[in-house]
Design a protein. Sequence first.
Length: 275
Amino acid sequence: MSILFGCSKEPSAPHEELNFVNFLCGMEQEQTKASSVFASGNTAIIYAFASGGIAANIGGTPLNATASGSGLLSPISTIFLPKGTYDFYSVSANNSSAPNISFTDGVSGDLANGVDYLWASNKNTTVNNGANVTFAYKHFACQMQIRIVANPRVSGLVVNSVKFTYPITSGVKMNLSTGSISSSGSVTSLSNVAGSGNTRNFICLPCTVSSQVEININATIDGQPVTNKTYRATVNQALVGGNSYDIALNMNTDNVFSTTCSIIAWQNVSNSITY
């Protein structure tokens, strides 16, 4: 695991019985999990508990915090804690906005599609004469990339629209102690995926059942022009939290688009869609 972080001078605690807690941040570097630092300007929420606890927040948490380019994570209010052992957690939407999330006894409310939920922890941390706490964030939602492939049978391909059956969000929650997101067991009706060109990128929640993709295209297929032609394909793949999926749609000899689904390294998409 490679963690990118910065150093800072730890100030003296204002009271003998209280200790200043300093926070550092980075991304866990795993082949299919993450490929970038925790970006400067990102907002995260910090939670602190007595070690082994998950119900009673302490230290004035939860608190929003902002990342800097040097790897510091600065809460909006300084966190001071008595000498002891603590569990620290953090959640982010991987952007400058704080995630719309709250926890009761360590379990969140229903989550949403379109949010790149990041989670990190630092457990059993001793606070004594100050402490540095490092968060190594991991992705826990699913990243989707749908590609419509212009194979040799298809020319002049124009993708008019792409639709997808998103996981139903009811009952899909995050466990604060592990970061894991429960999986949806059903999907919505087909909904439009924003974007342009032959590729669509988006974030969705984990799901245990197959998804459907619908594309509408203009093209010349086997020398014959088609306009506003709609095709559907099935993604027979459970979507596991933390994975990035590449779904390639390719035309078969029976003029039906089929899917190939692969797990790939998490992509940094500049035009990520926010819902």
